[in-house]
Design a protein around this ligand. Structure first.
Ligand SMILES: Cc1cc2nc3c(=O)[nH]c(=O)nc-3n(C[C@H](O)[C@H](O)[C@H](O)COP(=O)(O)OP(=O)(O)OC[C@H]3O[C@@H](n4cnc5c(N)ncnc54)[C@H](O)[C@@H]3O)c2cc1C
Length: 397
């Protein structure tokens, strides 16, 4: 480890390693600091992501693809199943391997990565920030840099240290819990989503197949609801009722910031990306692809700023992010608030209408149109979000 780098990235999740890669590709020096022993572990994720989104950044490889998804099955409170087939397939990843591969790509691009390196504070020079303070292998060290990128996930502290308001409204912080289970026999190409007050209210329960009769089965619930009853008790009740004979191999829990992007994602020479910047799709809670997009823009712009020797260039990061994804997340957020309080009766009636649409004509956008027909303001958002060719996230970089 040197004493000084152009850019330091805190956190080696998908956002951090993608930021490091795109910065290093500009020919500047980059150091990634990860507090855990291993990149990619522990996994706190359902691991589902869109195929097109992932393939913008990495060639598909069976070693990190647990299964390929070609349909969603939406289950209403009365158990009505609405199946949606789609051409743009999705993946359930093996994130432990996937995150590792992203780190290897960043490293091949020239970034240095160090694990067991906990960043506990920013290094200051008068009013400015000039690096980070770390604990590494029992030693305290200071490393200088011209730019610090905070990709330190949902519990991000670096943004706060830099004076950025990183708080999430309690109701927007999805409290998630998930088991990886085996001995379950479900279609390997379908993701299941359960909605309704018992699965829990204001959130959804997911089952994502991982092959060989194993699945990720979890749920997310807004902070307000989680105060009333624990997410784990909802999940255990579901499993005990529906799949009493499964084995629970792992359990993980964590928060997902399902708000719009933070107001400030750059302050002086500190930039935030991924969960740390709240770059998660607020409707689905998916943050892998959007975090990588955020990381790629953030890293490239940081590298360009160093090359130009002009830190005011960093202001282009929020602009590009909002143009590409951030504005879309604002629409998803409005849709989320529109459907958030649906009763079980309303969800059942949407499902009953949806199954009447022929399979080949049934789309997610169509179902949202049925759900929100009495909220015309949101129908424009639906049209913009679900016309596939307008999908900004999937444009190649
Ligand atoms: C239960 C659950 C299920 C989910 N399911 C999905 C899903 O199916 N699909 C999807 O797209 N998204 C899902 N998400 C969200 C997704 O996991 C995140 O959006 C994604 O991991 C964000 O990537 P990131 O790089 O921003 O942060 P992270 O992946 O959280 O990486 C941050 C890294 O920073 C490190 N770090 C933190 N602080 C420090 C520090 N001070 N010093 C050094 N290192 C530090 C951490 O150890 C970590 O490795 C889920 C989340 C949860 C909790």
């Amino acid at each position: 480890m040197q004493k000084e780098y152009d850019i330091i990235v805190v956190g080696a999740g998908p956002a951090g390693t993608t930021a490091a890669r795109f910065a290093a590709e500009q020919g500047v020096s980059v150091l990634v600091l990860e507090k855990d022993r291993d990149v990619g572990y522990p996994v706190r994720c359902g691991e589902a992501a869109s195929k097109d989104g992932i393939e913008q950044f990495i060639e598909p490889n069976p070693k990190w693809i647990a299964s390929t998804i070609s349909s969603f099955i939406l289950v209403a409170p009365d158990e009505t199943e609405v199946k949606l087939n789609f051409d743009r397939r999705g993946y359930v990843l093996e994130r432990r391997i996937f995150d590792y591969e992203l780190a290897k790509i960043a490293s091949r691009s020239g970034a240095e990565i160090i694990t067991k390196a906990y960043v506990h504070d920013l290094l200051r020079n008068g009013d400015g920030i000039c690096g980070v303070k770390i604990e590494h292998e029992g030693e305290k060290k200071e490393i200088k840099s011209k730019i610090v990128i905070a990709a330190d996930g949902v519990e991000s502290r670096i943004g706060r240290f830099a004076g950025i308001n990183t708080t999430t409204h309690f109701s927007d912080m999805e409290c998630c819990v998930q088991y990886t289970v085996s001995n379950i026999n479900l279609e390997n190409s379908s993701c299941y989503f359960y909605f309704g007050s018992k699965y829990p209210p204001g959130g959804y329960l997911w089952i994502f197949p991982k092959g060989n009769n194993s699945v990720n089965i979890g749920l997310g619930i807004g902070g307000n609801q989680a105060k009333k009853r624990s997410p784990l008790s909802y999940l255990n009740e579901f499993i005990e009722t529906k799949y009493p004979n499964i084995s629970r191999l792992t359990v993980v829990s964590g928060g997902v910031p399902c708000s719009v992007t933070l107001k400030e994602i750059v302050k002086q020479n500190v930039m935030l990306c991924g969960d740390a910047a709240h770059q998660v799709n607020p409707l689905s809670g998916g943050g892998i692809v959007s975090g990588m997009i955020g990381g790629s823009i953030c890293g490239r712009i940081a590298g360009e700023a160093i090359k130009k020797n002009n830190l005011t260039h960093l202001k282009n990061y929020p602009k590009e992010w909002h143009q590409r994804v951030g504005k879309k997340h604002e629409m998803y957020y409005r849709v989320k608030t529109g459907i958030y309080k649906f009763t079980d009766e309303k969800l059942n009636s949407i499902a009953h209408s949806a199954i009447k649409i022929p399979d080949e004509k049934r789309t997610l956008g169509g179902i949202f149109k049925i759900a929100l027909f009495d909220q015309p303001g949101l129908l424009i958002d639906i049209a913009k979000l679900f016309i596939p060719d307008l999908s900004l996230e999937n444009k190649r970089l």
